[in-house]
Write a protein that binds this ligand. Structure first.
Ligand code: ZN
Length: 286
C-alpha cells in the first residue's frame, strides 16, 4: 500500500470513528442475554460482554467513553449493578475496547487485565491507542498469563495470546454448561487488518513479520473447537448475524450455538490478510 492510499484509508477510518464519537446514539443496541450467564451490553459497532458469576461480574472490554452511558444503562436494564463488576478483561489496547475503562474502574473498583505487549500503548506510545485524547488513564492491575487460566466465580477463562492486530491482542476462551452439555465459547480479541500494511507496521514500530504472525496465529486458532462465538465486533462474523440471532432467540440461547462460525470468521480474516500481502507484493514488482 502506498502512502497516499494509506492516508486516504486512515482518513476514512478516523472520519467514521469521529462520527461514532459525536453521534454515539446511532450505535445504540438493545442489550440481551446471549446464553446462560453471558450477556451482550455493547453497541452495534463494538461489543462488550458481561459474564455473571456468584462472585460478581466480569466485563470483557468496555467500549469507549462516549458510549459509556449506553453500556451502563444496558447493564442496569438487564438487572445488574455496574458496581458489581470485579474484573475487566480488555482484549487489546485500542480506544474502542478500553476507552471507558477509567470511569468503570472508578465506579466499581474492578481489576483490569490487559495483554502485556499492549501495555506500552498507555505509557510511551499513546498514539497507538488511536483517538487517544478520548482515553483517560486507568490502572492496569494484571497482565494475562498465557500459561494459566483466570479462575473467578466458577469460570475458568483461558487467555490466548494472538499477536497480530496489535502485539498484545488476547483471545478469551471458556466453557459453559448448557442443558447438560459443555459448550466452548470464544472471544477473538482483535481481527482487524488495519495497522498491518507494511507502511503502518513501520509507522507503529512493529516488525514486518507481524503480518505472518497474524496469519500463523489465526491458522492455528481456527482449528479450535468453538461452539459459541462472541465477536468483539459483530461485523467480523460470517453467516452468523449476532443481532439477528438475538432478535429471534426464544430465550434459550440455542441459536448462538454454531460449530462453524469461529472457523468461518477467522478464515475470512485470513483471506483479507493474504490479499493485503499479495497486493503489497504486486506493488513491489511494479
Ligand atoms: Zn482494534
Amino acid at each position: 500500500m502506498d502512502r497516499a492510499t494509506l492516508e486516504m484509508k486512515q482518513e476514512e477510518l478516523s472520519r467514521r470513528a469521529e462520527k461514532y464519537m459525536k453521534e454515539p446514539w446511532t450505535l445504540a443496541q438493545r442489550p440481551f442475554k446471549v446464553i446462560e450467564n453471558i450477556y451482550f451490553v455493547g453497541t452495534s459497532w463494538v461489543s462488550v460482554f458481561l459474564i455473571d458469576t456468584p462472585d460478581g461480574l466480569i466485563l470483557v472490554d468496555c467500549a469507549y467513553q462516549e458510549v459509556l452511558y449506553q453500556v451502563i444503562d444496558s447493564i442496569r436494564s438487564l438487572g445488574f449493578d455496574p458496581k458489581d463488576i470485579k474484573k475487566m478483561l480488555i482484549t487489546h489496547g485500542h480506544f474502542d475496547h478500553c476507552g471507558a475503562a477509567r470511569a468503570i474502574q472508578e465506579m466499581s473498583g474492578c481489576e483490569i487485565w490487559l495483554g502485556k505487549d499492549d501495555a506500552y500503548f498507555f505509557t510511551e506510545r499513546r498514539d497507538l491507542i488511536a483517538l487517544e485524547d478520548h482515553v483517560a488513564d486507568f490502572k492496569i492491575d494484571q497482565f494475562y498469563d498465557y500459561e494459566n487460566v483466570i479462575e473467578f466465580g466458577g469460570m475458568s477463562i483461558r487467555p490466548v495470546h494472538c499477536a497480530g492486530h496489535t502485539p498484545g491482542t488476547t483471545c478469551l476462551i471458556f466453557d459453559i454448561m448448557h442443558n447438560g452439555r459443555k459448550l466452548h465459547c470464544g472471544i477473538h480479541g482483535g481481527l482487524g487488518t488495519n495497522g498491518l500494511s507494511k507502511l503502518e507496521l513501520q509507522d507503529n514500530g512493529w516488525p514486518l513479520s507481524q503480518q505472518q504472525t497474524y496469519i500463523d496465529n489465526l491458522t492455528a486458532l481456527k482449528e479450535m473447537p468453538i461452539d459459541v462465538v462472541l465477536p468483539s465486533h459483530v461485523s467480523h462474523a460470517v453467516d452468523y448475524d449476532f443481532f439477528e440471532i438475538a432478535a429471534n432467540d426464544d430465550g434459550t440461547g440455542d441459536g448462538f450455538i454454531d460449530g462453524g462460525a469461529w472457523k468461518r470468521m477467522l478464515e475470512s480474516k485470513l483471506m483479507v490478510m493474504k490479499a493485503l500481502i499479495d497486493q503489497e507484493e504486486m506493488e513491489l514488482k511494479k
